[in-house]
Design a binder for this molecule. Sequence first.
Ligand code: FES
Length: 149
Amino acid sequence: MLTRRKFLTMSSGLLAGAMLSACISMENEKPEPKDVVIPAAEVPQAGEAPLQKQSERFFVIHNDDGLLAFSARCTHQSCNVGWEAGRDEFHCPCHGSIFNRHGERTAGPAPRPLDLLALAVGPDGGLVVTTGTATERDEWRPGQSVPLT
Ligand code: FES
């Protein structure tokens, strides 16, 4: 016979198992790659402030050596970094990491530069940025920048 005590014990065990399963599932869930088209008219000029796509959580920045697309997620604990126009750098509001125009960490606890997203330049000067495939890197290297030809 199923006593009230046994029933409650079994129920709480099942509930804990279901919650654990849901957490593991969410942990392993990666966003699907998605191509985001940026028309040529929206591509920033070299040295200008980056284009921010808040809905997709990334930035496109145009430096003298080419274009980079970064994830906006700080590499410390995934807070969204923001652009500080007066300082020409990205700041994380959570623990103070700072990143330069190439996404390199210049201050704070972040362990590496901002993660890169694949970026391609179309024949009309527009861009395609592929989200959901952020690449970790140890440092910035010139070959990471994509020239706008
Ligand atoms: Fe950005 Fe901690 S999450 S510094």
